[in-house]
Structures are given as C-alpha cells and as structure tokens.
Ligand binder design. Structure first.
Ligand code: TXA
Ligand code: MG
Length: 342
C-alpha cells in the first residue's frame, strides 16, 4: 500500500484500482471514506472485511453528478431535487428507494440506498475519473473513531486496503447528516453539519428519528449503523455539564482524587479553560467561539487519548448552537451516555 500524493496520474491509478474491484481510502469534507465500486458485490464484501464491520450495515454510495442518483433510485420524491440543489455537493446523505442496479451487498440487504455527493475536490475528481459510483463507509476499523487524517486511516487499515489518497486533514470532522426521504416526512437518521433548521428552510417539516434521541433502548434507530455499540475510548469517559466555573472545579477535584489513587487522567478542555486545569493530560479541542473547531478536532482527540493510554477521561460538554447536536451525539456515544450535571 502506498501513501499517495494526489496529482492527476495518481488519481487515475486509484480510479483503476476501483474499476478492478480494489479498495481505496479517500478524503471527503466530513471524514475519510473507504471506497470500492458500488456496483461490484465483491468490492462491498471486501469493504466489510477490511473494516471488520457487520455486513448488514449498509454503505453510502458516493456520486459526483445528480444524474447518478436518478440512475440508481427506483423513484425520487420531490425533496430529492430540492435538497440536492440546496446542499450538494456537501455533507448530506439522502436515503431513497433503490432500483436493481445497486446490489444488496452494498445496501446491507435493504431496498433503500444511501447516496451522497461530497464537495471535497479530491473526492469529486476521484469519483469522476474512476468511472464508477463509489460505495464508502468511514475508513476506520469498526468500533474506532472515524478518521479525519490519512494517518488515522493508515493506523487502522494499513495492509488491508490497496491505497490511501492523502488529502490532509478533513474540513468538518463529523460524518454527514443522513436524511431519509423514502417515507412521508423527511427524517434525520444521523445529525451532522447540515442541521434540522437548514433542512426545514428547504422542505418544510423535518423529523428526527426517535431512535437517536430516545433514552429508551427499545426505540431502535432506523440507520443500522446508529444501533451498533459505538466507539468507546479505552479510558473511562465522563461528560461534565454545567456553568464553566462549576465544570472546571468539578474536573479539577475529580482528577486530583484519581491521580492520588494512582490513576492516569485525560481532560478534554477548550481554549477558554485549558489554563485552569491543574492535573492530568489536558488536550484542547478548540474554542467555544468556534464550534466548527470542536467538531473538527473531536475524533482526533479521542484517538490521542487512546494513544496516551489514560484510564479516566473528563470532557466538558459542547451543546453549541448549530452543530452541538451532532457533536454531542458522537460524544454521548463515546461516553456510553455518562454525563454529570454540576
Ligand atoms: O460523511 C459521511 O457520511 C462518511 C463519508 C465517508 O462520506 N461516510 C460514513 O459512512 O459515515 P458510514 O458507513 O460510516 O455511515 C453510514 C451510515 C450508517 O449508520 C448506515 O447504517 C447508514 O448510514 N445507512 C446507509 N444506508 C442506509 C439505508 N439505506 N437506510 C438507513 N441507513 C443507512
Ligand atoms: Mg462509520
């Protein structure tokens, strides 16, 4: 496997790997994807194998032109055109009824297909020169945080895939918003950078899948991938929620106690608070004035704490105005829903 730069010849080479049924990891504006030919059942099976992912968890088909959506959808509700005009290329995935062109290996046996047109220039060019639609989940080992750099992909998949296109760090850092338009009311199956309010401006009423917000474990999320036990850091992560002074005081006290007991502690801080913590490995996620920075750094920070091997992790809470829901959805899962209000 090569760690590649992305000039035209190398993208052409990567495209040939896809046409021949191989796997290539590539950058998108959200996270890195692990791509294979969406029409080739054996490529999809290889993707599941490389990630160690259950094969009933469907893949997202990446396209670069709207006509490709029309080519694989059984029917398109009016929201398809409206939402794609508003948010494609970009960090939104649409769930639509599939036709026979996309194999069930790619959709995990479902009669719907997830489709996304990424905005990252390298991703677009890669899909175009491959001549294929590219099925791609996030390019991490199942159960680890999604990769936001080529190095993260390398850590997880080195030796298991044919190539990595290195496009540097991604922009957003959280996976796309998934919007199911295969039923009556458009429904968010996974929150992301494109928010409910943004979607509602374009199509009116939008719902949030009860399965992703309910505390009741019997209400199952509709997206299979949102049901699986998700990434949990090696250290025991707790979110501390409240006014800044209370949060800092709580974390300082709890950390001092843990350190006195001989434990190693990590703290997820912000630029506003980093200087206020007195013990432990303090990693700064970003600034509260810039919620995009928090989304951008979240997965990398969680990987860093795994690498440091800390036993206990405290994180501040980030219910920021716009993408706070997406950030907290990921952080809650990583913490096994363990949050303390102070
Ligand atoms: O930003 C992203 O979406 C990234 C980049 C690479 O594009 N991809 C990504 O893929 O996050 P993945 O496989 O990690 O997550 C796809 C999610 C899973 O939760 C899966 O269950 C859900 O989409 N999904 C895919 N097809 C579906 C379908 N037909 N119905 C419901 N959920 C679906
Ligand atoms: Mg994933």
């Amino acid at each position: 496997m090569e760690h590649q730069q992305n000039d035209a010849a190398l993208l052409e080479e990567a495209g040939a790997i896809i046409r021949n049924g191989g796997l290539v990891a590539f950058p998108t504006e959200t996270v890195y994807g692990l791509g294979g030919d969406a029409m080739n059942p054996s490529a999809s099976q290889k993707i599941y194998a490389a990630k160690g992912r259950p094969s009933d968890n469907p893949l997202i088909v990446h396209i670069w032109d709207y006509s490709q959506l029309e080519e694989i959808a059984a029917e398109l509700p009016p929201e398809a055109k409206k939402l794609s005009d508003a948010f494609w290329p970009g960090p939104m995935t649409l769930i639509v009824p599939k036709n026979d062109k996309i194999p069930y290996e790619t959709t995990g046996g479902l009669d719907t297909v997830a489709v996304r047109m990424p905005s990252h220039e390298v991703a677009r060019e890669f899909i175009r020169v491959s001549g294929c639609m590219i099925a791609a989940p996030s390019a991490n080992t199942s159960g680890r945080p999604s990769p936001t750099t080529a190095d993260h992909v390398w850590q997880d998949l080195n030796g298991k895939i044919d190539a990595i296109i290195d496009g540097g760090a991604v922009d957003i850092g959280l996976e796309s918003t998934i919007v199911d338009i295969s039923e009556d009311v458009p429904t968010i199956l996974r929150p992301g950078y494109i928010t409910k309010a943004m979607l509602e401006e374009v199509v009116g009423e939008v719902r949030i899948d009860p399965g992703i917000i309910s505390e009741n474990e019997h209400v199952r999320p509709k997206a299979p991938g949102m049901r699986y036990k998700h990434y949990a850091p090696k250290g025991d992560l707790t979110i501390i929620n409240g006014a800044q002074d209370n949060v800092v005081a709580y974390i300082n006290e709890a950390s001092a106690k843990a350190v006195a007991e001989g434990k190693t502690v990590g703290i997820i801080a912000t630029e506003e608070t980093e200087a206020l913590y007195r013990t432990g490995e303090v990693l700064t996620i970003g600034s509260r004035d810039d919620e995009d920075s928090i989304a951008h750094n979240l997965y990398g920070i969680l990987r860093s704490f795994d690498a440091l091997g800390v036993e206990i992790i405290y994180s501040e809470s980030f219910s920021t105005p716009r993408i706070g829901q997406a950030i907290m959805n990921r952080l809650f899962k990583a913490a096994g829903h363990h949050m303390i209000d102070v």
